[in-house]
Design a protein around this ligand. Structure first.
Ligand SMILES: [Zn+2]
Length: 363
């Protein structure tokens, strides 16, 4: 059995609150803040109090903290009611059975997931949201017919090569356009000293880029599913502390592309497709045809090998190296079998990490 546990956080707005329910939520929330900051209990549900102490070890008196609801107290139920499909009970001090609240209609189906804890968040505008963490176990496929290798980079969000096709795929043109556009916008606003506007467009840019990254991840995982391919991604972690660390660190940090990797992993595993991480050490310097290190990288993204004369786009070369290493990985942790109908790749143990979190799921 190769099982992976995946978790998600679902953000649900509480809707249709009556005056009384809103008052109860508001006072429980206020008492919780007071308790965290002073230790004085003006009436907070006891389990929430304990959970709060455990969750927030250091408390900043200027901040507000979401109410933490313990796993065993979470009760989310389907009731086909006009207002909402799902309802939750929020434990409230002194109210038997807590307060029953409707969750805004959303496409997420809680049925197949185990509900873990959740947090009740109050926005500046006074609206309440329940951030529900859910988990489930997914069984990974063991047998694959192909491998897709992804090089996550700075110039392109991702370049992919695969055993089942010759042509590389380039992802991220739109991301570059968005970033380019916002770079100029920020500059313009900076000259006019419009700082608030800069912050605002920053949020918008992040949202647009994120949406694009989700689309890219989906496209990659869709292809993997169509071709029953395992996905291989370079692992930058091992490269971070080398001598030329600064350059690599910039690659790791400057990127929203770290997220892309997380999105790919999550979407793949959710469909039972394994993602393996292979060390990315030297994948950009080594020739993917002959293995030589006597290579040059030119400004326009061209890569030339001084030994065998191979000329190729540098990012494609990187992806090809990852693909090669992925085959090596499959040979060590599983098997590669050539059959008349093509190659088969067998994976015999679960690649880490075992726990995956999708990050906040906006609905
Ligand atoms: Zn070469």
């Amino acid at each position: 059995m190769m099982e992976v546990e995946i978790t998600k956080t679902i953000r649900c707005k509480l809707i249709g609150l009556t005056k009384r329910k809103r008052e109860l939520l508001n006072s429980e929330y206020a008492h919780f803040q007071h308790f965290l900051k002073t230790g004085e209990d003006r009436g907070v549900y006891s389990a929430t109090k304990q959970q709060g102490k455990r969750t927030y070890s250091k408390v900043d008196s200027n901040k507000e903290y979401p109410l933490v609801i313990r796993k065993d107290l979470m009760d989310i139920r389907k009731t086909n009611n006009k207002l909402a499909t799902y309802w939750a009970r929020i434990p409230i001090c002194g109210v038997r059975g807590g307060v029953k609240v409707a969750l805004a209609h959303q496409p997420f189906d809680f049925e197949n997931w185990e509900v873990c804890g959740s947090k009740l968040v109050k926005t500046k505008e006074g609206a309440f949201y329940l951030h529900v963490t859910v988990k489930k176990k997914v069984e990974l496929r063991k047998e694959y017919a192909s491998i897709i290798a992804i090089d996550i980079g700075a110039r392109w969000a991702a370049v992919s090569v695969a055993r089942h096709r010759i042509k590389p795929k380039f992802y991220g043109k739109r991301v570059r356009e968005i970033r380019g556009k916002y770079f100029w916008l920020r500059r313009k606003l900076g000259r006019a000293k419009k700082l608030r506007a800069i912050k605002k467009i920053g949020h918008k840019e992040r949202r647009l880029v994120n949406d694009e990254l989700h689309k890219i991840a989906k496209d990659i995982v869709d292809e993997a599913e169509r071709h029953n391919a395992i996905i291989a991604i370079g692992d930058l972690k091992g490269v971070r502390n080398n001598k030329r660390g600064r350059k690599v660190n910039r690659k790791v940090n400057s990127m929203p592309f770290y997220k892309l990797k997380e999105y790919i992993k999550y979407k793949a595993v959710e469909r039972g497709i394994a993602v393996i991480e292979v060390p990315e050490f030297n994948t950009s310097k080594q020739c993917s045809r002959c293995g030589s290190m006597r290579t040059e990288r030119h400004s326009q993204g061209a890569f030339i090998c001084s030994d065998c004369g191979y000329q190729i786009n540098a990012d494609v070369n990187g992806a090809k190296n990852i693909l090669k290493r992925a085959v090596g990985y499959m040979l060590t942790v599983g098997a590669v079998v050539t059959q008349p109908e093509g190659e088969r790749f067998f994976l015999n143990h679960t690649p880490q990490p075992l726990k995956l979190h999708s990050g906040s799921h906006r609905l």
